[in-house]
Design a protein. Structure first.
Length: 79
């Protein structure tokens, strides 16, 4: 998984577009994409790799990196 941030919705869209074009140019075809229109959070499913591109506020809200952290408080652990 790749997690990246853009400074604005336009920046998120530009980063996402570049990743999508690079995948296509490398012969991976058109990867499924979610969230392109809004530009807050774009998810690109590149098969073995999932790319998340966020605006900073959205990335801070969802904190995906926390899912792989050893610092999750026991009261928030998923059972």
């Amino acid at each position: 998984m790749v997690v990246a941030s853009g400074r604005s919705d336009r920046h998120v869209a530009a980063i996402s577009d570049r990743v999508i074009r690079a995948l296509k140019d490398a012969g991976y075809g058109r990867a499924p994409v979610e969230g392109e229109r809004a530009g807050d959070w774009v998810l690109i499913d590149a098969g073995n790799v999932i790319v998340h591109v966020f605006r900073p506020e959205v990335r801070a809200f969802y904190r995906l990196e926390r899912m792989w952290s050893d610092d999750i408080p026991s009261d928030q652990a998923v059972i």
